[in-house]
Design a protein around this ligand. Sequence first.
Ligand code: ZN
Length: 281
Amino acid sequence: MGDDRQMKKIRVGILGVAAAAALCFTAGAVYLYARGVWQMPIPADRALPVLMYHHIVEDGEPCNDMTITVSRMEQDLRWLTEHGYHTVLPRELAGGEPLPEKPLLITFDDGYRSNYELLFPLLQAYQMKAVVSIMVYMQDVSADNFLSWDMCREMADSGLVEIGSHAYSLHNLGDLGGNFDPGGINGIQRDPEESDSAFEARVLGDIQKSHDRIAQEVGQPVTFFAYPFGITEPDAEAFVHELFPVTAVTRHGTADLGKGLHELPRMTVTMDRELEDILKD
Ligand SMILES: [Zn+2]
C-alpha cells in the first residue's frame, strides 16, 4: 500500500513536470511564431508553389524583372517535367479535385500577346497548364501587344490555359501606362475621398465587369483573380473572395493550401535566378 501511494506521487510528479514542459514549449513556440522568428514548415501535402511570369521575348532581346526569353521558358518547363512537377489550374483547386504529386501553379499576369505566340506552343509541347490573367480592357479595345479574344478562346479551348482576371481597367491603365504610381491610388485600392457608392461603382463594378466579360467571351467559369500590383483592399475583400474562389498576390513564398485558396503568395521568375533556386525559397 505504502509503495502504491509513493508510485502515485511519483507519477503525478512526472505528469506535472511533463505538462509544465509542454506548456513552456507551446508558449515559447507561439511567442517565436508571433515574432516571425520561427515558422512551422508547410506540410508537403499542403504546399503549392505558385510561379509568376509576365512577358516572354525572343532570345537575345533584353530582359527585365517582367520578362524572360523563350529559351528560358522552355528550360523551366523541361526542368519541372524532369523533376516530377504537375501543373494544376485554379479551377481544379476551386473544384476540390485531388491534387497530383508535386503540384505547381503557373501564372502569367497582364495578358501579353507573347503568352499566345511564345508560351502557348510550349505548353502544348510539354502538356503543361497555366493561368493567364488579363486586363480585360485591353482585349475590348484590341490593344497591340496584348492577347485578342480569339487567342484567349483558342488557348482556353485547349484545356491547357485558364483565363483569369487582372481587373478590367484598374491596372493604372491610361496616363500611367499600367505602371505603379508611388504614393497614388493603385489597382483596386480605395480612394479615401470616395463614398461607398462611388467606390462600389468604380472598383467593384470594374472587377465584376472583368469577370463577366471573360465568362461571356471565353465561355468558361472564371475562378481566378490576380490583384493588380498584388495590392489588396479591405473594402473589396469579401466581394473579390465571393466572385473568385482563387486569388493571388505578389508576396513571395510557397502557398499553404491549409490556409485556403485566397491571397496565394507567388514566386517571381526572372532571368537572373535558376528556377531550381527560386523553388527552394
Ligand atoms: Zn500586372
